[in-house]
Design a protein around this ligand. Structure first.
Ligand code: ZN
Length: 126
């Protein structure tokens, strides 16, 4: 989904650059470098009674091949994104310490519980 930058602070490009420099251009969660290539495979995970396919990334192709059970392995280029730790992308006063550089996978995982909560709230309002 495209990002609506009109919600972001006017100095967002500078804030983004400051966070990336602080992070040394690496994901502040897993340490992957911006632009680095990794191998993605889908693995089955269980959460309670739910069985779910989850993407897992490997730096080494052989490690990915070992875990690749469904034959769908692909190369992924790491793209660092800036995560709002408070999940409030409309906070135009957000401070740098409430932002974190994350690769796309860490960002998706960090945001997943909040997105689920928002979906539930939306359903409950209907
Ligand atoms: Zn990461």
């Amino acid at each position: 989904m495209p990002i609506d930058y009109s919600k972001y602070p006017d100095n967002w490009p500078q804030m983004r650059q400051t966070v990336l420099e602080r992070a040394g251009n690496e994901c502040e969660v897993c340490g992957l470098k911006n632009g680095q290539e990794v191998w993605a495979v889908g693995v089955w995970t269980c959460k309670g009674r739910m069985r779910k396919m989850r993407s897992v990334w490997f730096r080494d192709r052989r490690d990915a091949e070992r875990e690749n059970l469904d034959g769908k392995m692909k190369k992924v280029k790491v793209v660092l994104t800036i995560a709002h730790l408070d999940h409030d992308e409309s906070n135009r006063q957000v401070s740098i310490d409430r932002l974190k550089a994350m690769c796309q996978l860490c960002h998706l995982r960090y945001d997943a519980p909040e997105k689920s909560r928002r979906r539930t709230d939306k359903k409950n309002r209907l």
